[in-house]
Structure formats: C-alpha cells, structure tokens
Design a protein around this ligand. Structure first.
Ligand SMILES: Cc1cc2nc3c(=O)[nH]c(=O)nc-3n(C[C@H](O)[C@H](O)[C@H](O)COP(=O)(O)O)c2cc1C
Length: 226
C-alpha cells in the first residue's frame, strides 16, 4: 500500500491533465478501485459501476466525443471572465490545461468512467401528495451524491500511487454516445470521465479560497473565526 498521509494527498492532488504514455499496472489500478468502493453511498446501495478503458480504439472513441463536448464548453466559456478569487494567469493556465485535455483525452493510458445504476423500483410507485412530489423535484441535485465520494477516493488513491487524474464531465454533452461506445445499459448513467496516468506535470500545492471566506458560524453572515 502506498505510504502517504491523507492530508498530504488532499493538499497536493491537483487536477492533472498531461500524462506520460507509460502503462498503469493493473495491480495499482485495482488498489485505486478498491479505495473507490470504500466510499459511502445513499442507503449503502453501492449501485456504482466503474468502466476501466485501456483499449486504444475505445480510448480514441471516447477522446473524440470528449473533444466535441469541449467545443461546446469552449463556446459557453467564450465570454466568461475569470472568477474573482483567481489571478488572470491562474485562470489562463486552467483554460490552457483544460484545452490540452480536450485535444488529448485519448492519450491517457487509462480512462475511467464512473457510473451509477438507477435504483430499481420494487413494487408500484408510492402515491405521494403533490407538495412532496414538488419537493422531490428539487432533490435532483442529489443525483451524483452516491458516486462523487468514490470519485474523490479515486483522486486521492491515484495521488498516493503517484498517478495523476482529474474529474471531468464534458462528455455528458454526448452521454448517449459514450454509453453506446461502452455498451452501457439504459439504466446506467455516467457521472465522470477520469483520465489516469503518470503525470508529466507536478502535483500540488492546491490553492483555494481561505476558510475564513467560505465558512460561517451558526447562520449566514456570522463569520467563523476558527
Ligand atoms: C464537478 C466538476 C466537473 C469538472 N469538469 C471538468 C471537465 O469537464 N474538464 C476538465 O478539464 N476539468 C474539469 N474539472 C476539474 C476542475 O477544473 C478542477 O478540479 C479545478 O479547476 C481545480 O483544479 P486544481 O485542483 O488543479 O486547483 C471538474 C471538476 C469538478 C469538481
């Protein structure tokens, strides 16, 4: 097992998008996946599915889809200015790195697709009052909450083994095509496409807005003085 403190991993597992062509041993990938499935999921359903794509032809197909998704993203971003907390040079580096991945997704030796299977309905659907149904519509934001903890475990486990990765979602613009390439059944949805490989760039440090800006005590507006 890789020896790395959890905090060292969290503070240095930045988004890495350029990879060496060196293959990732299955033994290591298996440990990363075994860390993924230690994550929590709603009702402990564990209805996740991970597709490890190593085949070059399959990677090329996914890379082509990702590139087209990237074209949409770049059109959406055309007039977007940098977030207030980011320097212009940091923003430019992020855009350059994301653009590189749009062109080179298939170059990563492994593409990992994190999916969730829709919960099976046992018995007839319950009859719920309209106000409850209305509230449930707002719960759409819960949809990824049973897979993204596993994705974060993957990010940290990769870091511990010296592997780079990044959570990407642009493929969702053409998710039907991704599902077709992977032969996924209708009730399985994809949530992240993660390139994995030995990185050409360095790990961390990770910079974020400070705790003092994003935490409040007891109620909104009351600063956390930690
Ligand atoms: C929900 C989510 C979706 C993301 N989608 C993409 C993506 O499609 N393509 C990409 O290159 N990076 C994507 N990222 C990576 C972010 O750009 C990255 O995590 C962020 O810029 C922080 O990078 P850092 O850890 O290197 O500071 C995504 C991250 C999250 C959390």
């Amino acid at each position: 097992m890789a020896e790395m403190g959890i905090f060292e991993a969290m503070y240095s597992a930045r988004a890495l998008r350029r990879f060496k062509p060196d293959p990732v041993p299955d033994e290591i990938l298996n440990k990363v996946l075994d860390a993924a499935i230690r994550a929590p999921s709603g009702s402990n359903e564990q209805s996740w599915l991970f597709v490890v794509v190593k085949d070059a032809a399959q990677r090329k197909k996914l890379g082509d889809i990702y590139r087209r998704g990237g074209d949409i993203l770049m059109a959406l971003y055309a007039n977007r200015t940098k977030p207030a907390h980011m320097s212009q040079s940091t923003f430019d580096k992020l855009m350059a790195s994301a653009t590189y991945l749009i062109q080179h997704m298939a170059d990563a030796p492994v593409l990992l697709v994190a999916c969730l299977k829709a919960a099976a309905q046992s018995g007839p659907p319950p009859k719920l009052p309209p106000e409850v149904l209305e509230k449930m519509r707002g719960l759409a934001r819960m949809s990824g909450s049973s897979i993204y903890p596993a994705v974060q475990n993957i990010i940290l486990a990769c870091r511990a083994f010296g592997l780079g990765t990044v959570l990407t979602t642009i493929h969702l613009f053409y998710e039907d095509e991704v599902k077709s390439v992977l032969g996924l059944p209708a009730d399985v949805q994809t949530y992240a496409l993660m390139p994995i490989g030995y990185p050409s760039d360095n790990f961390g440090p990770i910079k974020r807005r400070p705790v003092s800006e994003v935490v409040c005590l007891d109620r909104y507006g009351n600063p956390w003085k930690g």
